[in-house]
Design a protein around this ligand. Structure first.
Ligand code: DUC
Ligand code: ZN
Length: 457
């Protein structure tokens, strides 16, 4: 199948240009002015922005959390992602504790995802135990197309100690790979939780109090000190606050390579959401928690000046019935929010339209930078001849309001309920397939597993 997109504005990380785009099969054949092709189906996309398909480097589909499993699996989750312009998700496969291998973890995640995805997919690998066997397996993972890893400084089932953290990031660097790290100080958070419980403070409004910004910043500081000693690059995932941001900037001033990711919930929501009545605060329980207005302002500035490389979602969704597992004890509320469907439209509405970032920066944050970081550039992340024909046709004039009544998640709640959207997804091409038309998913389960190369940033 051939398509010729006429008169759209092609957006890259550097510029926006009125150009035609010719798609043949799965690839972009030509990008230029006044293209013609008598065999192609012609689509007039005047007035529309053409972004390279968005890449979400942080999703959790079909994940067991707090004695339940996320409401969205790879089927519903990638359908929602595609409707939101995301053509590649990178989910977190995980090793299990107790002598299990990375290979077992990878097989488990392939079983969850293969044949079910409506957008392309790949995996990072979470390492939760470090021994000689795990060390040998790093090369096996690279051979399987996994070049980025995840480490946790919190959560009993996932945490690695500082000794292993040092060894792992050093080894990953030797292999040309890096880890994204969840930075929160586990010990102090446990102590703060114990204090809250002893005082009978058991509602969701306590969630941000037991996971304060200082304890995220402490973990970022410690990670970066360890990374300095190891001589290794690292990524701070889901960065939420100004104190932690400053730690990153200090390490960079000393010459370290540190990448940073944030998420829409940290840019657009404030911690007062946890005090909403009737247990509504539970909807927003995620880790790290949502912070304050000053932190939002800091993150937006960091996006504008390039200090944060990507905006992902940390998609991890639950119904209110699932959230009610923590009705009597906020520490039992399964943590996480949905977000894959609205990342692009929120960033456009509240970032580009409000003049906080440009559409070219949006392209870098959602497409170009994650493609480079996660080793799929220029196959993905750019509209250029030879690249996969992953294209978002974005209508800056479209208006919508986010609602759980109309979203595609398997949840009865949306953290951005009632948010107005100015600008929307009209069409999405996934490897040359017109998979979203008029904002609706019209072709499902065309997603393929993407073998990734090494970091190109
Ligand atoms: N935080 C969450 O809230 N959920 C999933 C994983 C994470 O880090
Ligand atoms: Zn996560």
């Amino acid at each position: 199948m051939k398509y010729l997109l006429k008169n759209g504005i092609v957006v890259s990380g550097e510029k926006s240009e009125k150009l035609d785009v010719l798609i043949e099969g799965e690839k972009i054949l030509q990008v230029g002015a006044d293209l013609t092709d008598s065999d192609a189906e012609i689509m007039d996309v005047s007035g529309k922005l053409l972004f390279p398909g968005f890449i979400d480097g942080h999703t959790h589909f079909d994940l067991e959390v707090a004695e339940t499993v996320t409401a969205d699996d790879f089927e519903s989750g990638t359908r929602a992602a595609l409707a939101g312009g995301t053509t590649l998700v990178i989910d977190f496969a995980s090793q299990d504790k107790g002598g299990h291998t990375l290979k077992e973890g990878l097989e488990k995640w392939h079983k969850k995802a293969d044949g079910k995805c409506s957008c392309d997919y790949s995996f990072h690998m979470s390492i939760v135990e470090w021994n000689e066997e795990t060390e040998r397996e790093i090369q096996d993972m690279i051979d399987e197309g996994i070049t980025s890893f995840k480490l946790y400084m919190t959560y009993p089932a996932m945490i690695v100690n500082d000794c292993d953290l040092y060894k792992i990031i050093k080894k990953l660097n030797e292999c040309g790979c890096f880890a994204g790290v969840h930075c929160e100080n586990a010990g102090v958070i446990d102590a703060l939780i114990a204090e809250a419980k002893a005082e009978g403070r058991l509602g969701p409004e306590n969630h941000p109090l037991v996971r304060p910004d200082t304890m995220e910043a402490e973990a970022v500081h410690r990670l970066l000190a360890i990374a300095k000693e190891a001589g290794a690059p690292v990524m701070v995932v889901h960065l939420t606050n100004e104190k932690a941001y400053r730690e990153i900037m200090k390490a960079r001033e000393e010459g370290q390579t540190v990448y940073a990711e944030t998420c829409p919930q940290y840019l657009l929501l404030e911690d007062s959401v946890y005090s909403r009545p009737d247990f509504e605060g539970a909807k927003f329980v995620c880790a790290p928690p949502i912070r304050k207005k000053k932190d939002q302002d800091c993150l937006w500035k960091a996006l504008a000046n390039g200090d944060i490389q990507t905006v992902a979602t940390d998609q991890c969704s639950f119904t209110m019935e699932q959230k009610a597992l923590g009705k009597k004890d906020f520490t039992k509320i399964p943590g996480g929010l949905p977000g894959v469907q609205t990342r692009g439209t929120l960033l456009y509405t509240y970032g580009v339209r409000e003049g906080k970032i440009t559409q070219e920066q949006m392209c870098k944050l959602l497409s170009e930078n994650p493609a480079k970081l996660y080793g799929v550039y220029p196959r993905k992340g750019v509209i250029a001849p030879g690249s996969d024909a992953d294209i978002v046709v974005f209508d800056p004039k479209k208006e919508d309001v986010i609602s759980a009544k109309t979203h595609l998640y398997n949840t009865d709640n949306n953290p951005f309920e009632g948010f107005a959207l100015h600008g929307g997804i009209e069409k999405v091409f996934l490897r040359g397939n017109l998979a979203v038309e008029d904002g609706k998913v019209v072709k499902e389960k065309l997603g393929t597993y993407i073998y990734r190369g090494k970091n190109q940033m």
